[in-house]
Design a protein around this ligand. Structure first.
Ligand code: ATP
Length: 239
């Protein structure tokens, strides 16, 4: 369903994730092509975060299926090796170290990443609001600024594929607009983006393709223009 026309960057086949007795993902197939923005939509608990976490080996030990990045199965690799290979996650809730400075949080991305991309100066050019706050603890920043740090940390890892989990959650619409503009410019540089959002409208507006998850299964997939809003909503809620 909904395979990519671009050369494959990430190809997921038959991915299942179990947490104890509970199965969060039921053998799903997902693809992201080089330079694509692919959106994952779905209601609470549909399995969106589990998908992103499984890609970077953060979904616990019971993950089955094939996760191929550049044609090589990376399932079973440890998270640092996956990040060093070119996949970076902006996690839900940002997960910054609140007592470390902005600069120290950003440098974590550089240390675990590929070390070929943006340096601190480059990040401050992208996010000028962070420049003056570079020596402040990240926990003292506003929500929008913390999200900039989380995104900057991921970009410092020099990813070829960026995974974004609910980056707009709890932020003012103007800040979300800025973040999405930035995602588009990152994508124009050839970086693939797998975007998890509950805001269907915003996420489908930027996506080349999307998958809708419903209770751990892909209920719909394709280009956003292929379906009318009612069809997408029905597959989102399973009604
Ligand atoms: P949300 O939008 O609420 O973040 P989601 O689509 O990202 O939801 P997941 O977070 O992947 O969904 O969760 C899918 C299902 O797996 C949910 O029923 C959730 O309760 C369950 N789940 C997620 N993480 C764990 C865990 N560590 N242990 C047990 N169950 C979990």
């Amino acid at each position: 369903m909904a395979s990519t026309a671009a050369p494959p960057l990430l190809t997921i086949e038959g991915l299942s994730v179990h947490y104890a007795q509970f199965r969060a993902l039921h053998g799903i197939d997902i693809a992201v092509g080089v330079g694509e923005i692919v959106s994952i939509i779905g209601a609470n608990g549909a399995g969106k975060s589990s998908l992103l976490k499984a890609i970077v080996a953060q979904a616990g030990p019971r993950v089955e299926g094939r996760i191929a990045f550049d044609g090589i199965d990376i399932r079973g690799r440890a998270t640092p090796a996956i990040v060093a290979g070119g996949i970076a996650l902006v996690p839900e809730g940002r997960r910054l170290f609140a007592s470390l400075t902005v600069e120290e949080n950003l440098m974590i991305g550089w240390h675990i990443g590929r070390r070929g991309g943006l340096d601190l100066a480059g990040i401050f050019d992208l996010f000028p609001a962070l420049r003056d706050k570079r020596h402040q603890p990240a926990g003292q920043l506003s929500g929008g600024q913390q999200q900039m740090v989380a995104l900057g940390r991921a970009l410092m890892a020099d990813p070829r594929l960026l995974l974004c989990d609910e980056i707009s959650l709890g932020l003012a619409p103007t800040i979300v607009n800025d973040l999405y503009e930035l995602l588009l410019s990152i994508n124009r540089q050839g970086i693939g983006i797998l975007l998890v959002e509950q805001d269907i409208r915003r996420s489908l507006a930027v996506a080349h393709r999307f998958y809708c998850l419903l209770e751990g299964r892909v209920s719909l997939g394709g280009r956003p223009d292929d379906f009318d809003r009612d069809t997408i909503t029905r597959h989102y809620f399973g009604s």
